[in-house]
Ligand binder design. Structure first.
Ligand code: URA
Length: 483
């Protein structure tokens, strides 16, 4: 701008189009350096009109490594007003100091590296701490997030959200600009303010439950936790309101957690089971006429070796005339102790998701492909161990009988083990989920994931996305039942 030039001592004032106009910087730098314009003779500004710069000197080649350009593009996203001048100075110096970047103590190199690191950290934080809030429903469903980065990283960070949330319409609003994805293209728009984004939605509670569940009071390290989830982000995180309470209650929570730890079955349970062994053989001979009678028979099942370590058979439960049946893999620690399917952590997700879809758990029949808990003892704990094909096949005996008595309209296979047992063939759940397969006997089997899969995902964003997909599958089930 003319005014700025009048007061400036520098020979050139470069006006870049926006704070991350790295292409503009490259073009100006090429023109200036090939005309031997020294770093101290240039001022770098963002916005305003372009000033006239000399054309690049023909025949003068600028040698610069690809690595420097790639790293400089990251540093250009830093919010420090000196960044473009620093980049030019480093470009200038590398001509006479080709090994400049090997001098770790050089002040320019140190600043460059610190800025690069800060931008990368900010990008990482954005990936980790953006929280979308849902607005609208059906076709109008949109997800909007407000985020305040330290640097100009929106364009750098946005492709990650495209990959992670490809199927959602979303917008991320920041004080520097906004990004929008309409499931086809990514567009960048003007800066926004916090009030433009919704403050909360119904998924907040889900975030809080998730966080409270993965929070392990016995491993609490407040400093490490705060550096992982810096305080400045707390105000936009639904789960952050829990943190002070969780920290304060950590001792008590740790004690309760230890008390809740899975216990080994009572030492005498094997003796009790052994006592029923002859009865089991005899009972299996007669065809049960009701689910209760079948449950009674299964309580003494010895069709595979799993009975010997488990506390008890965990048979299916629900009305005899249920039209909808859910089949899981096998009982877990809690189920084994309580003798009921899906009452542990996976059961909590299951209950919540079917409830949200308008399915009343008491109206459906819930069972497992394998009816004894298979585990590996590890200290005091019992770690879930996947049933093998022989165990699944042995237990199919009971599942076939359950379905024969129930005659449901639809069976939902929760995960690959259930699908394999129901279809008698290996099933790739990730590829085939969300659809129903009709068996030769006319029974429709709907395929979806096992809810424990969601619990195993450590990244909250990804877990939330998986939970949303699971909920979508269950809504489809609900529609199929209504149709
Ligand atoms: N996982 C299952 O597959 N079934 C249960 O009952 C509990 C956890």
């Amino acid at each position: 701008m003319a005014g700025q030039r009048a007061f400036s001592l520098a020979a050139y004032a470069v006006q870049l189009a926006n704070p991350t106009d790295f292409d503009g910087w490259r073009d100006a730098a090429r023109r200036l350096i090939t005309n031997e314009v020294k770093p101290e003779d240039i001022e770098w500004h963002v916005g305003g009109d372009a000033t006239e710069l000399p054309a690049p000197t023909p025949g003068v080649e600028l040698r610069v490594s690809r690595e420097f350009i790639d790293r400089a593009a990251i540093v250009a996203c830093h919010s420090n007003g000196e960044r473009f001048a620093l980049l030019y100075r480093l470009l200038w110096r590398q001509r006479s100091e080709p090994h400049l970047f090997r001098i770790a103590s050089d002040p320019d190199v140190r600043r460059f590296e610190a800025m690069e690191k800060a931008v990368r950290r900010d990008e990482h934080n954005m990936h980790a701490f953006v929280r979308f809030r849902k607005i609208g429903d059906g076709d109008g469903e949109r997800f909007v997030a407000w985020f305040e980065p330290d640097h100009f990283i929106l364009e750098l960070a946005a492709p990650f959200f495209v990959r992670r949330f490809t199927g959602m319409h979303w917008a991320i609003l920041t004080p520097h600009g906004s990004a929008q994805w309409d499931r086809e293209k990514l567009a960048f728009g003007p800066a926004a303010s916090k009030e433009d984004a919704p403050a909360s939605d119904q998924s907040e509670e889900m975030w809080r439950t998730y966080f409270a569940n993965i929070f392990n009071p016995a491993r609490l390290k407040v400093k490490a936790m705060q550096s992982e989830m810096p305080k400045k982000y707390w105000r936009n995180l639904p789960e952050a309101s829990l943190i002070p309470g969780l920290i304060a209650g950590a001792d008590q929570a740790a004690r309760e957690m230890i008390a809740r730890m899975p216990t080994m079955p009572a030492p005498h349970h094997q003796a009790i089971q052994a006592k029923h062994w002859p009865a089991a053989e005899a009972a299996a001979e007669t065809e049960a006429q009701s689910i209760d009678a079948l449950r009674q028979q299964a309580s003494q099942c010895r069709r595979c070796a799993l009975w010997s370590e488990a506390t008890q058979t965990v048979f299916g439960e629900g009305p005899d005339d249920a039209e909808l049946v859910f089949v899981g893999e096998q009982p877990g620690d809690q189920e084994d102790l309580q003798g009921r399917p899906f009452v542990g952590p996976a059961g909590k997700i299951f209950d919540a998701v079917i409830g949200e879809a308008g399915i009343d758990r008491s109206s459906v029949y819930v069972t497992n492909a394998v009816k004894h808990f298979k585990f590996e003892p590890r200290g005091k704990r019992r770690i879930h161990s996947k049933p093998n094909a022989g165990e699944v096949q042995a237990c199919r005996w009971w599942l076939v009988k359950e379905l024969k008595l129930l005659k449901p309209k639809l069976v939902v296979a929760l995960g690959a083990t259930a699908a394999q047992s129901l279809l008698e063939a290996p099933v790739a759940i990730t590829r085939q989920r969300g659809q129903a397969i009709t068996r030769d006997d006319g029974l429709a089997v709907f395929l979806t994931i096992h809810p424990s899969y969601i619990l195993r995902i450590r990244d909250p964003q990804q877990a939330a996305a998986e939970r949303a997909r699971f909920a979508e599958d269950i809504r489809t089930v609900r529609q199929m039942m209504a149709g």
